[in-house]
Design a protein. Structure first.
Length: 180
């Protein structure tokens, strides 16, 4: 079971990367785009009216969701707490339903695909699948808890390195006005 929980954390980290990249695009690239610009593809999705909850980009909400999932995954791995395991399933289930709604908006309403949005939707789907699998197989408690002094530094370090990677990707993405 520990391998699946580690997989849960890794998948949440991939969702984190996608959400951080999109959040950075919202904060640093979109303000540079002229208001009358005709944006193709993924930029059409990212700048649509559905990409925000009030003034907050959905990507930022996604980043908070994924950092929460990373943290809960590390806690789950190091404690095997049954209440935590029961709480994770409905939270990720709601994340999955929200992701399916966002996929519908891309395919059915906006008519364009955002690859990072789809990566996030895939991550949420896989997170839910892992949780269901662990539950069906008897729960995380069927394997011993891992030492928190090993789990937390590894999770923190990997998350920080992936955050740096996400910021670096902004230098190579073909963003409007970037010249790439």
């Amino acid at each position: 079971m520990n391998k699946f929980i580690v997989g849960f954390i890794v998948v949440a980290m991939l969702g984190w990367v996608a959400s951080v990249i999109l959040t950075a695009v919202h904060f640093w690239a979109i303000p540079l785009i002229p208001a009358d610009a005709n944006l193709p593809g993924s930029m059409q999705v990212i700048t649509s009216q559905w990409a925000y909850v009030g003034p907050v980009p959905l990507a930022t909400i996604g980043a908070v969701y994924y950092i929460f999932m990373i943290s809960l995954g590390a806690l789950w791995l190091s404690t095997k707490n049954e209440f935590l395991e029961r709480m994770l399933l409905p939270v990720t289930g709601l994340g999955f339903l929200a992701s399916m709604g966002f996929v519908y908006l891309q395919l059915g309403v906006i008519g364009a695909i955002c690859p990072f949005c789809m990566m996030s939707a895939a991550a949420t789907t896989i997170l839910l699948g892992i949780e269901i699998y662990v539950k069906v197989r008897g729960g995380a408690g069927t394997a011993p808890a891992l030492n928190a002094t090993v789990v937390w530094p590894a999770v923190f370090g990997a998350t920080m390195l992936l955050t740096i990677f996400a910021m670096w990707t902004l230098t190579v993405l073909p963003l409007p006005g970037s010249g790439a």
